[in-house]
Design a protein around this ligand. Sequence first.
Ligand code: ZN
Ligand code: ZN
Length: 237
Amino acid sequence: MIISLVKQLLFDTRCFICASRNLNEKIDFLCDDCLSYLTEVNYQNACAVCGHPLLTEKCPSCNKFETVYFDRYDFIQFYNDFTKNIIYKLKLSGNFMIIKLFYKLIISKSIINKNSDYITVVPDNLFTSLKKGRSGLNYLLFLFKIHGYKTLKNIYRRKLFFIKKQKSKSKSGRFYDITKQYYLPKKNINKFSGNIILIDDVYTSGATLNYGSHILKKAGFDKVHAFSVFRAVIREE
Ligand SMILES: [Zn+2]
Ligand SMILES: [Zn+2]
């Protein structure tokens, strides 16, 4: 108690999301309230495949896939106003503290077997990784690596010249596009084996993680565990 009080007086430490001084003891840059907003998920029924909340028996999200390629999917929190603010900070400022937080939150879920699971992230091309944003995922992978996890980088790749943005496309076009955005280098076909965890920041349509899982199976992995920090909820019209 006294130590944390001294620390607060000396370093003016505040929660990086809301600037509160009631910092959590384990994650010393986040307050208890923000941490619980981040980690508590309240819903009655969720789709066993993709985690989307279910109002009826039919999942509004993953039934859009022709094939579900991942064997399991987990996430930390829904993509809501609170978590949107966090992603906004991540994408604009490349805030590495947020990546550290993601790392701690993923570890706390105890879903990765350090001895047997490989970990990778959705790849980025050189151009966009030089800009701020997804390069944060590579930093996340680096954090796993320095903590003794088995990490693999760039098993598959994102094409450098993919000009059309997702946003300008129709919904049906988006799935088509995703297969043109990523490719598996020939040398990596059936090169690997075992289980792998594929991490992305946000699961929106799920196309990125689903197609990534498809490619990772072509690369030889037996099981792909898709994971995103946040999970978007589809508004049903
Ligand atoms: Zn806070
Ligand atoms: Zn589903």
